[in-house]
Ligand binder design. Structure first.
Ligand code: BTN
Length: 325
């Protein structure tokens, strides 16, 4: 590691406390002038570093720069985040991750980008990803569990992301089946999981879990703006994306390694928004209307149809028609 890398590492471990230039120079084994030069260079890279004459340096809490060092310093996960790739720009972090996964990227590799030019949503939609406004990340996992269990990954990622957001901003986060996170009735996060089947068909070769969280306030076009929001818009709080990334990975690791036990499913059920209400659901070309009566242990949506029948939906899209009375 060079001086700059060691410096950002030390500053990110200080949890917002100032560290004096002399102390940093001593820890890194360089002159105070070299520390000062490294600080300037970090500022050039986009970090916001506060310096106070009698106290020293610290990373400003509003520093919005994505950083491997900062994410790593906050991370408790042992496997996810083992390798983190940060990109200024890519078409889609899921595409990038699938590409490197096909070339052998290890389990736990994470790709994060400041912006996506062709961010992908479910059902062929796009995911608007303006520069620096959100956390756009994809996690590569190489499951050892069966396809049936792998089908639970998306719901686990939804719970992991909901818990991470809630922990950092303190506001309630709900899940709308299958995988959208909502705050105050508007979507703040979407998840797109893509899998590749290898020759061994009992479990996927790799799975890419793509998570897009709208962090900062920004203007969507009119139509989208009615349904889509961001953490800052809903709470007035600016969440640090590095911290959010680390927390999502921590929670995701816990739930992925406990997937067979379905450790996330009670939390999923508790947070789910459609349950109890009249909804419409589309499964391919089929459309059904009924009451969402719950979520089963495989994260399927249970619908009681108008003719009294029951359907357990594993995929598709469902929307609220009427709140229950
Ligand atoms: C949806 O809302 O339908 C899912 C959105 C998923 C967006 C994330 S952002 C990171 C990753 N890369 C993508 O292209 N999509 C996912």
């Amino acid at each position: 590691m060079n001086v700059k890398e060691i410096l950002i590492n030390r500053l990110s471990l200080s949890d917002g406390e100032y560290i004096s230039g002399a102390e940093l120079a001593r820890q890194i084994g360089v002159s105070r002038n070299a520390v000062w030069k490294a600080v300037k260079s970090l500022e050039n890279d986009g970090y916001i570093i506060e310096s106070v004459t009698s106290k020293g340096y610290r990373i400003a809490s509003q520093s919005n720069k994505l950083s491997v060092e900062i994410i790593t310093s906050k991370l408790n996960a042992k496997k996810l985040g083992k390798r983190i790739i940060i990109l200024d720009k890519t078409d889609s972090t899921n595409n990038y991750a699938k590409n490197i996964a096909a070339k052998g990227a290890v389990h736990g590799t994470v790709v994060v980008a400041d912006t996506q030019t062709a961010g992908k949503g479910r059902l062929g939609r796009n995911f608007v990803s303006p520069f620096g406004m959100g956390l756009y990340m994809s996690v590569i996992i190489r499951p050892t569990f069966s396809i049936d269990v792998a089908a639970l990954i998306t719901s686990a990622a939804a719970v992991a992301s909901a818990e991470a957001v809630e922990k950092l901003c303190g506001n309630d986060v709900h899940i709308k089946w299958v995988n959208d996170l909502y705050m105050n009735g508007r979507k703040i996060c979407g998840i797109l999981t893509e899998a590749s089947m290898g020759l061994e068909i009992s479990s996927p070769d790799y799975v890419v879990i793509g998570i897009g969280i709208n962090v900062r306030k920004f203007e969507f076009d009119d139509e989208l703006g009615k349904r889509v929001s961001s953490i800052e818009t809903e709470t007035g709080k600016i969440i640090n994306r590095n911290e959010l990334c680390a927390l999502v990975l921590d929670r995701l690791e816990y739930y992925i390694y406990n997937l067979e036990k379905r450790s996330h499913i009670d939390e999923y059920k508790r947070r789910e928004l459609l349950t109890g209400n009249i909804i419409t659901a589309s499964i391919g070309t089929e459309k059904i209307m009924g009451r969402a009566v719950g979520i089963d242990d495989n994260a399927n949506l249970i619908i009681e149809t108008e003719n009294g029948g029951r359907r357990n939906l594993s995929s598709g899209e469902a929307n609220l028609v009427r709140i229950k009375n």
